[in-house]
Write a protein that binds this ligand. Structure first.
Ligand code: EPU
Length: 304
């Protein structure tokens, strides 16, 4: 990015870091530099960024907590936006039979789940133990076998690529298994969740169980990418990778977790290139052995 462009970006008034290495911002601890990493603090600042990117014809990429994200070793060109300053979380209304929570996208899903547990509100226990923030969670309908974030959504508000605000209902969004259908270029801002009053004891108990189960089966104490592949219908990606004999295989600092076949871990100094080699190997071997095509759940961004 040219110095002139940097100075134009600076004039927009949003907090910015230039040529910032992105490995600090992903749970796998991999990723080259972002040209400009921006932290808008208001809708107005965000709108200016959207319109600037359109006018200057430079790409704009929004990321969340970086927990299911593989950023290339050469990093990301253009504007890289993080909405961690959008972090309000409130119980909007509550009666004996229903409650509504409003969460901005920068709220961590664990914080959202904790609030439902303290308040004794049922409906989001299924995402207990899932890392990431509400924005990333909504974009990919994060979840577990017990439930997905989209199940509890009433509405989601977003900024479209023209900088205009829109609010869509769950039906409009059409959540599926790790998918959503927002318009291209939509920047998610907040969601309203519809929950059912229960008791703090019951919700806390379920949340605790979910979190414990995850720690037992997944390599969460090492930098990791989350589930690499979606589960193919009726099958489990982790089991297929295991049966293909690939658990524990290393390429450089990257390794297919010996604990869970659908996880790649960074044992120190792994590169995106090494991780991509492993992902290719998992895909090819599972195809060869079982004739099953694994589809990545991990999102790839940036230059190799
Ligand atoms: N399995 C193996 N070998 C392995 C891993 C798993 O044989 O190396 C077998 C297990 O024994 C079990 C089955 O595969 O019979 C399923 O494994 P697990 O319970 O670990 O669940 P998963 O299907 O691998 C899914 C989600 C996880 C979520 C868990 C728990 C996907 C792609 N993954 O994993 O979500 O935490 O269920 O509900 O849907 C994520 O999306 O990032 C994620 C971690």
């Amino acid at each position: 990015m040219t110095e002139e462009m940097k100075s134009e970006i600076q004039k927009l008034g949003t907090q910015v870091l230039f040529d910032e290495r992105m490995d600090h911002y992903t749970t796998i601890r991999v990723g080259g530099p972002a040209d400009a990493l921006l932290y808008p603090a208001s809708l107005e600042e965000l709108e200016h960024l959207v319109l600037f990117s359109k006018k200057q014809k430079i790409p704009l990429f929004v990321f969340g907590a970086g927990s299911n994200l593989l950023i290339g070793d050469q990093g990301i060109r253009g504007l890289v936006v993080n909405l961690q300053k959008f972090s309000r979380l409130t119980v909007e209304q509550r009666t004996d039979t229903e409650a509504v929570i409003h969460a901005e996208v920068g709220v961590g899903m664990p914080r959202l789940v904790d609030l439902t547990a303290e308040q004794g509100l049922h409906g989001l226990e299924g995402i207990a133990g899932v890392p990431g923030n509400v924005g990333g969670g909504l974009a990919m309908n994060a979840g577990t076998r017990e439930g997905q974030i989209g199940d509890a959504v009433l509405t989601v508000s977003f900024m479209d690529k023209e900088g205009k605000l829109q609010t869509w209902s769950r039906e409009d969004i059409g959540f599926g298994y790790r998918t959503s259908h927002f318009p291209k270029g939509a920047i998610l801002l907040s969601a309203r969740f519809g929950l059912t009053p229960s008791t703090p004891e019951l919700v806390k108990e379920k949340v605790k169980k979910m979190r414990e189960a995850r720690v037992e089966t997944q390599p969460l104490n090492v930098p990791n990418l989350g589930s690499v592949f979606k589960n193919p219908p009726g099958q489990h990606a982790g089991a297929l990778v295991e049966e293909a004999g690939l658990k524990g295989v290393r390429v450089g600092g990257a390794r297919i977790s010996p604990k869970h076949g659908n996880f790649i871990v960074n044992e120190g100094g792994a590169t995106a290139r090494e991780i991509k080699v492993l992902i290719g190997l998992m895909k090819d071997k599972v195809k060869e052995k079982f004739n099953v095509t694994l589809e990545p759940e991990v999102r790839f961004v940036g230059e190799a």
